[in-house]
Ligand binder design. Structure first.
Ligand SMILES: NC(=O)c1ccc[n+]([C@@H]2O[C@H](COP(=O)([O-])OP(=O)(O)OC[C@H]3O[C@@H](n4cnc5c(N)ncnc54)[C@H](OP(=O)(O)O)[C@@H]3O)[C@@H](O)[C@H]2O)c1
Length: 302
């Protein structure tokens, strides 16, 4: 199969999906993007479709979209939200993923499913490769892992992208964890950031490029870790961010992420993205150059 002729992006109104939708639209792909509660960005030249993953009849509307590739980003992505609403989390992250994978299989479309580094428990003491066995300590991670299994079982032509912690912008402003980091630093509020939670942060723009390369180059189907090359904790990331964007670092304090009984819960889940690099030639940015590249994505008001 050649390059896809029409790409469906679920969750195109969200942080990761918006970055992918923008990049693919700029590359000239016809794109349909879904949204649920957020008003879509009318300036993004894609067709918008409202769906609610909580409702099977609403998901079924995707049968009418003439896509030959789907990037499934829509999800309930919050650890806390999934723990508080387990039934809805299962419906959105597992059952709706199955329905979308079935529609893709019926259309003979390729599927890229966005999973997470949080399928691992962080006890390995080193970076995680695709061959490592997942063991999610959170309900969110468990639903995303079950989403992976559903995709593998439903269609052969699939890519599972396990994303590390994502940083970047959306619609001209900081998004994800940089949004609240930026707001706190700008308002000179004290900011407590974990020193015992290590990730390998990845730029949203690099994820979008990884999707584009996957659609164009067709690496072997399967599971890939999509991550930056560094192992950093939130405190280190916050200090780098403050340095690059000219905020004082004095308000940034060290804190420890706590486990369920209040004990410090080490969370050490850097991902190794060598497999994807070897298959596609893609090198993921280090955080400093990733942060520097964000300057051009911000609108003047920010
Ligand atoms: N951000 C990260 O650091 C990170 C790290 C690892 C993996 N991931 C994965 O990346 C994917 C995207 O995450 P994100 O950070 O972009 O999250 P996000 O900004 O919260 O976006 C979530 C998307 O899902 C849509 N959605 C939520 N509930 C829905 C429902 N009931 N029906 C239809 N659509 C619904 C949202 O639509 P509306 O906004 O319109 O309601 C939004 O477009 C997820 O699969 C997540 O697990 C993210």
């Amino acid at each position: 199969m050649d390059k896809p002729k029409h790409v469906l992006i679920t969750g195109a109104s969200g942080f990761v999906g918006w970055n992918i939708a923008r990049h693919l639209a700029q590359l000239g792909y016809p794109v349909t993007g879904t949204y649920n509660s957020s008003a879509p960005d009318r300036f993004l030249s894609i067709d918008w479709l409202h769906i609610d993953l909580a409702d099977p009849a609403s998901v079924a509307a995707l049968r009418e979209v003439p896509f030959d590739a789907v990037v499934h980003c829509a999800a309930m992505p919050g650890v806390k939200q999934c723990a508080e609403h387990p039934k809805l989390a299962e419906r959105i992250n597992i059952q709706a993923t199955r329905e979308i994978a079935e529609i893709a299989a019926h259309r003979k479309a390729r599927c890229i499913y966005t999973s997470t580094d949080l399928v691992f428990d962080g006890r390995k003491g080193g970076s995680y490769a695709e061959s490592d066995t997942p063991h999610p300590p959170t309900f969110y991670g468990s639903t995303k892992l079950q989403g992976e299994e559903v995709v593998r079982a439903t269609l052969d032509e699939h890519y599972i992208f396990r994303l590390a912690l994502v940083y970047g912008t959306k619609e001209g402003a900081f998004a994800g964890f940089l949004k609240w980091t930026h707001e706190a630093l700008k308002a000179h509020q004290p900011l407590s950031l974990f020193t015992n939670q290590y990730r390998s942060p990845v730029a949203a723009s690099d994820i979008a490029e990884a999707v584009a390369r996957t659609l164009e180059q067709r690496p072997p189907f399967g599971t890939y870790h999509i991550a930056g090359p560094e192992r950093l904790n939130r405190y280190e990331i916050g200090r780098l961010f403050a340095r690059i964007f000219g905020h004082p670092q004095t308000g940034i304090r060290e804190s420890l992420v706590r486990g369920p009984s209040g004990e410090p819960a080490a969370d050490d889940i850097p991902l190794n993205a060598d497999t994807f690099r070897d298959e596609t030639g893609m090198n993921f940015k280090e955080v400093i150059s990733g942060f520097e590249s964000l300057e051009g994505e911000l609108s003047e008001s920010d």
